[in-house]
Design a protein around this ligand. Sequence first.
Ligand code: NAI
Length: 336
Amino acid sequence: MGTPVTLIPGDGIGPSISSATVRVLEAAGADIDFDVQVAGMAGVTRYGDPIPEATLDSIRRTRIALKGPLETPVGEGFRSINVALRKTFDLYANVRPAHTIVKGGRYDDIDIVLIRENTEGLYVGIEHYIKIGNDPRAAAESIAIITRAGSERIVRYAFDYAMKHGRKKVTIVHKANILKFSQGLFLDVGRMIAREYANIEFNEMIVDATAMNLVLKPEKFDVIVTTNLFGDILSDQISGLVGGLGLAPGGNIGLGGAIFEAVHGTAPDIAGKGVANPSALILAACMMLEYMNDGERAVRIRSALETTIREGKTVTGDLGGSASTDQFTDAIIARL
Ligand code: NAI
């Protein structure tokens, strides 16, 4: 029996890029038993719930999920699906790798992994308006929560990730010069943990300087670890350095399990046309294989994917080609 994994194909282009990804995994001989579950609009259609209990139960059992993009239904009563999943399974580390596949673009040599704290900071949802005189919304307050325990586990995750993946340097990104308490605590904890990892170079950088240096000298960065809001912004910036979200995978990892996903959305403009690029979800599946200690297979799939993209003959429209999702997938499989 293979490793059980929950597969959430997703909405829009989700089912098409998911079946492409499953085909690649099967061709590579990955020993996985997929339990297919729904969420998002597909969840609403089947169960009247964007995060059905059956889907949560499946992830509780498998503790690993591969997820296509989901459409969060508009209207009262529906939570953000991604935030709900993160909270339910305490997925505290958001891992966003980005590296140059096709040289000759603006940057040739980028290989950065951004690790974002996923559960604290300004995104804890403690917000309110303050009434002054007759104006009920005269002011607004959003509170950032940083804890020692939360900082410790994310910084430790970043260093452990660096060790496991043969990386040389961890940069902690902060704004402790202004937010002396919350960001100050995060930085203090970071410095303390860094001392335990003598083999990994440690560097600290203020977030505004980081934004500039990522554009000027991105090759100086290796692993970056930062708090929730800064991580949200910088991870998309880093995807932009290597050509946008189309090739960007992400992992949400915690004690309760791990969910791997494509960073892009459901692409409603091309859904159902058979032309979506499955690369981001295939790369997310490679992160999943690494998480399952099947790194050798991940390397093989990534190499087949990257060679196909670099060759440029059988690629989808967003990559400058004219191949369908299926033709592109066949070309990757042929290289395995
Ligand atoms: P989007 O990422 O779906 O689309 C932006 C543009 O990129 C579109 O032109 C689309 O065709 C293109 N694109 C995206 N992925 C592609 C792929 N794999 N191959 C080729 N072209 C691709 O972003 P948008 O339009 O802002 O959001 C659409 C829906 O997706 C919304 O309902 C949103 O809530 C949802 N969404 C879901 C996410 C998730 O579940 N992780 C993340 C982002 C958005």
